[in-house]
Ligand binder design. Structure first.
Ligand SMILES: N[C@@H](CCC(=O)N[C@@H](CS)C(=O)NCC(=O)O)C(=O)O
Length: 201
């Protein structure tokens, strides 16, 4: 399978999960301005939404949307416990986290990367991010990972979006539980491998 990515973007999350899963995969970088991939393919034809990530399976099927991709990957390797079993209450808890990270954190960072965003909107987004990170810090009290003792795909996603705080000078160390969590996830060999592969370390 092949993961289409942009270094440092939200596609880092499935990249980390691929490493955690130990699955065989390749990657291809997408130029998000031109929508052309490193091998010269028209990315619009691979993902008509034009954004990363997209996961192309060996049979040609393409899965889009980060939370769907990482759950697909987790389900390929149930023994790795990257997601609770489908149908359990824990799986819905995980999906709650993925939705929260996607809609309340990921997409609240996005306006900062658009030069046309008015300052007032950025200020509102910053205040929301601070509220959301405060909530996550509370939830992490006494836990190593979002779902408890085990690393899950939600941690790959949260770690990825937390990494953008530095671009907007949002100091995560104001929440010691978050800073400790970030260091814990960053130390995982799979995370180091994915970040190195993307030139982030
Ligand atoms: N809903 C999508 C959002 C993906 C997304 O925001 N991707 C960004 C990078 S983090 C992107 O490729 N933006 C370029 C564009 O929209 O043209 C998902 O969760 O996978």
């Amino acid at each position: 399978m092949k993961l289409f990515l942009k270094p440092g973007a939200c596609s880092l999350s499935p990249h980390i999960v691929l490493e955690e899963a130990g699955l065989k995969y390749e990657t291809e970088v997408v130029d998000l301005q031109t929508k052309v991939t490193a091998s010269g393919a028209d990315y619009w034809k691979i993902n008509p939404k034009g954004y990363v990530p997209a996961l192309q399976l060996d049979n040609g099927d393409v899965i889009t949307e980060g939370p769907a991709i990482i759950q697909y990957l987790a389900d390929q390797v149930p023994g790795k416990k990257l997601a609770p079993a489908n149908g359990t209450i824990e799986r819905y808890t995980l999906q709650g986290w993925l939705t929260f990270i996607g809609t309340e954190i990921h997409k609240t960072f996005s306006p900062f990367f658009n030069p046309a965003t008015p300052a007032e909107w950025k200020a509102m987004c910053r205040a929301n991010l601070e509220r959301r990170f405060g909530y996550v810090a509370e939830q992490l009290a006494g836990k190593d990972y979002l779902m408890g003792a085990d690393f899950s795909v939600a941690d790959a996603y949260l770690f990825t979006v937390m990494g953008w705080a530095k671009y907007i000078e949002l100091d995560l160390s104001q929440w010691p539980a978050l800073a400790a969590y970030q260091a814990r996830v960053a130390a995982r060999p799979a995370v180091v491998a994915a970040m190195k592969a993307e030139g982030l370390l």
